[in-house]
Unconditional design. Structure first.
Length: 199
């Protein structure tokens, strides 16, 4: 009996949360949910239908059988659209932490260069790493398009530096280039994802 009451309470809470979410949706977002209702939980679809009827977007559930509401396949995107602000914030912080960790690489390389006698180059790399980590921490805190643009600029500048190192190295192997390319792809993907989140 107690377990059944708990399950009922959880279901009611879930419906209440869904109702709050749909209340904040625009008319177009509600209609989009109805068009792609196959991809949503039945409870969410029921609430979206009620919300659409209340807003006079549809007259009844029968309207969902019209061609306008036939569900097409979901489009896959390289950078997905995130609608909810809470999710945007969470993803931005997560990506910001990853970028912060990436700033450790130039710091390590800077220390190595400094210790091997390349003092000016070591200092520049240390400064670059600290700047990168500071800007990444700002993304975690609030997110700003200017910060993203500065990070993109510094990432492009670092590509020139890394390319210079590869050209002047006598022992470049394929895996070095491959791993570097993968790291840069991940960094740029993260930066462009965050840029889209704060647009």
């Amino acid at each position: 009996m107690y377990l059944k009451m708990q399950e009922k309470s959880k279901t009611e809470n879930n419906k209440s949360n869904l109702q709050e979410i749909f209340n904040t949706h625009t008319d177009e977002q509600i209609l989009e949910v109805l068009r792609k209702r196959e991809y949503y939980q039945p409870e969410a679809v029921d609430i979206a239908v009620k919300e659409a009827i209340e807003r006079k977007l549809i007259h009844s559930e029968q309207d969902l059988f019209s061609p306008e509401f036939s569900a097409g396949p979901l489009k896959t995107k390289i950078i997905p659209d995130i609608v909810r602000e809470k999710n945007k914030k969470r993803i931005r912080k997560s990506l910001g932490r990853s970028l912060l960790i990436a700033g450790v690489l130039p710091l390590i390389f800077g220390f190595v260069q400094y210790n091997t006698g390349n003092i000016p180059e070591g200092i520049i790399l240390l400064a670059f790493g600290l700047l990168w980590m500071f800007l990444s921490s700002q993304i975690i805190r609030k997110g700003n398009k200017t910060i993203i643009n500065v990070l993109l600029g510094t990432a492009f500048a670092s590509i020139i530096y890394v390319g210079y190192l590869f050209v002047n190295s006598n022992s470049v192997i394929f895996m070095d280039v491959f791993i570097t390319a993968v790291v840069y792809l991940i960094i740029f993907y993260g930066l462009f994802f965050i840029r889209k989140l704060i647009d």
